[in-house]
Design a protein around this ligand. Structure first.
Ligand code: SF4
Length: 226
């Protein structure tokens, strides 16, 4: 298992160096900025989020600057993302962090998870990107990749399955955790897609067990691919 996880990591790092996407939140390790980016990215395309995120951070560069803002002001900045129902998250979370931690997001998952609006995935992203700590970061995309690669045949809410969470935790025992997360996000979005994964372009092709069982579901399947 460790050998396979190390194989995935190494291939993904190689792939990411050439194909990785560049977004403004990938140039920071500030927990506040990662939290804001993740609030915005929930069910919204990264390309759409990028300009809004930039404007938001320019106006509200830290937790304290956000805590005192009126809801209407937030809605004005985020309206292009259709985030009205989430706008309150920004203020409520900022107020909580100011009151409880004087504006500094704590470095442990138990406390991060208590911040209003912060779920397991956001807590994980903060832990690996900002604090370089091992944490099982799993969303439906990462879960899909692991489920396919190891041919686990898990169904339902795969990202919550014990096996997937355990694999993710081991996967993130890497010295480049943030880069690994970004590589996974891009790879799952561009190659190991939910429908019709592009297996013939996939660097994990040789060892991935999914394709062997699902040849007809892969585009241009070819045994000689890398
Ligand atoms: S070979 Fe296909 S199913 Fe397997 S990881 Fe690559 S894209 Fe996903």
């Amino acid at each position: 298992m460790q050998d396979s996880l190390s194989y995935i990591r190494n291939k993904l790092f190689k792939w990411y160096r050439i194909n990785g996407r560049d977004f403004p939140w990938r140039h920071t390790k500030a927990p506040y900025r990662i939290m804001i980016a993740e609030f915005m990215l929930h069910r919204t395309k990264a390309e759409q989020v990028a300009p809004v995120y930039k404007e938001f951070i320019k106006k509200y560069p830290d937790v304290k600057s956000l805590a005192s803002v009126e809801l209407n002001e937030i809605i004005k900045v985020t309206e292009h993302l259709g985030l009205h129902w989430r706008a309150q998250h920004f203020i409520t979370s900022a107020n909580y962090i100011v009151e409880k931690y004087n504006g500094n997001i704590p470095a442990n998952p138990e406390d991060i998870l208590k911040i209003p609006g912060v779920g397991d995935y956001i807590a994980g992203a903060i832990m690996v990107v900002c604090f370089n700590k091992i944490y099982p970061v799993v969303d439906s995309n990462i879960a899909r990749l692991l489920n396919r690669f190891f041919n686990l045949d898990l169904e339902g809410e795969v990202r919550r399955k014990k096996k997937i969470v355990g694999l993710s935790e081991q996967l993130f025992s890497s010295h480049k955790k943030a880069e690994l997360l970004f590589a996974l996000i891009d790879f799952c979005s561009l190659i190991c897609k939910p429908i019709r994964p592009i297996c013939f372009k996939c660097l994990l092709f040789k060892r991935c067990m999914y394709k062997n069982k699902n040849k007809r579901q892969t585009d241009n399947y070819t045994p000689s691919a890398p």
